[in-house]
Design a protein around this ligand. Structure first.
Ligand SMILES: [Ca+2]
Ligand SMILES: [Ca+2]
Length: 391
């Protein structure tokens, strides 16, 4: 009977967990995200983010700190969050020539932003969460690179010299430097449980493994997301390739989302009505002005043509990239052939000139291959060799 009760209890917990996971609703938060291939706008800004210090944003990544000594860079969301639970999936790459690198990279969820400091490029006392990818072993315990979380209410000052060893909520020993593939990190905060998972960057399609899990974590209800990195005497490149934030909602919260979906359907219906009316008015206008019909048709064809050239599906893109690559190789081979032909030509001219010398042609005179230059010589000197090579 006791066994039956235990099995019932286990099954109940399992079904409750299953129901909880089924009822979770996820929504992409684009104002707290970025991803290549078009991270930056034409004016080099990242939409919805501020970038500062030595950080450089490009189309496919943000280099928070370059591999130069004593650099600090950071980026923060412009807006505070408006959701309670969330997860962030980001892709990072820390690489450098040295066997040891420094200092490391940080993920932030904090109430203050854009303040430079000594905690991996950001301020050393913050209100919220800091997740650190700490490359350099400051306290000499031979335990870096290390990944750890420190929670702070603004009163703690990050102990950089001790790698925050007495301040950590938890962490894991992971060598995240110089991996063949970017490291994927997932940070989830749901119902006051914080989970950090990450891949080891050895293959492209790894499943992230658990780094730490902590319950009863209370973060500020609203904060900014941030990223920062710093170098010291040693220096790595610290790159972030993508940062995707998803808000997590319970089923009870989903109702408000459903309402907004109803609003969206209403707006879509209004848009369809408007579109149909516009089309009808266009047709009416063209009937009244038949001379404009041909011009209109031509414009439409141009638009369709432009649409066809502006977009391409992934398969077409892959083929195009292969053909581009082949064309590049073909051009390189052509250039190589041309160069080899030139070298062979020079060699043949030199050999013929040398053989003319050895046969005593012209009794002490060298006749150039083009027959125009005649040069007298006594003993073959350096200048003569150079002259022969130039032929
Ligand atoms: Ca350190
Ligand atoms: Ca250490």
């Amino acid at each position: 009977m006791a066994l039956f009760s235990i099995i019932c209890a286990i099954l109940t917990v399992f079904f409750l967990n299953y129901a909880a996971s089924q009822s979770q609703y996820r929504r992409l938060e684009y104002k707290y995200s970025f991803k290549g291939p078009y991270i930056v706008l034409k004016d080099n800004t990242v939409p919805f983010w501020d970038v500062g210090g030595h950080a450089i944003a490009s189309d496919d990544q943000v280099r928070l700190a370059p591999s130069l000594k004593a650099r600090k860079g950071y980026m923060w969301t412009k807006a505070l969050t408006s959701f309670e639970w969330w997860d962030v999936e980001m892709s990072i790459r820390v690489s450098g020539n040295g066997r040891i690198g420094a200092d490391g990279l940080a993920f932030w969820y904090a109430t203050d932003r854009m303040q430079e400091g000594d905690a991996f490029g950001s301020r050393t006392s913050w209100n919220g969460l800091g997740l650190f990818f700490d490359s350099f072993d400051n306290d000499g315990k031979m335990n870096n690179p290390y990944v750890y979380v420190i929670l702070n209410d603004g009163r703690k000052v990050f102990d950089h010299e001790a790698d925050g060893v007495n301040q950590q909520l938890g962490g894991c020993l992971r060598d995240f430097r110089n991996k063949p593939f970017p490291i994927k990190v997932k940070i989830e905060y749901y119902h006051n449980v914080l989970t950090v998972l990450m891949t080891n960057g050895l293959t492209a399609d790894e499943t992230p493994e658990l780094c730490l899990r902590a319950e009863n974590v209370f973060l500020p209800r609203s904060a900014y997301y941030g990223l920062s990195a710093a170098t010291g005497g040693l220096a790595d490149d610290h790159d972030v390739l993508s940062f995707i934030t998803t808000s997590l909602h319970d089923q009870s919260q989903e109702r408000s989302v459903q309402i907004s979906q109803m609003e969206r359907q209403k707006l879509e219906a209004q848009f369809r009505d408007y579109n149909e009316k516009l089309k009808a008015q266009q047709e009416e206008y063209l009937k009244q002005h038949p001379e404009k019909a041909a011009q209109h048709q031509q414009q439409q064809m141009q638009q369709q043509g432009n649409t066809g050239t502006q977009f391409e599906n992934p398969q077409d893109r892959a083929f195009r990239q292969i053909f581009d690559g082949q064309q590049f190789i073909h051009l390189a081979v052509q250039q190589l052939n041309k160069r080899i032909d030139e070298i062979i030509g020079r060699q043949e001219r030199t050999l013929s000139a040398v053989s003319a010398l050895s046969s005593g042609q012209g009794q002490g005179q060298v006749v150039a291959a083009n027959g125009k230059h005649v040069r007298s010589f006594g003993i073959l000197g350096c200048s003569d060799v150079e002259y022969l090579l130039l032929l």
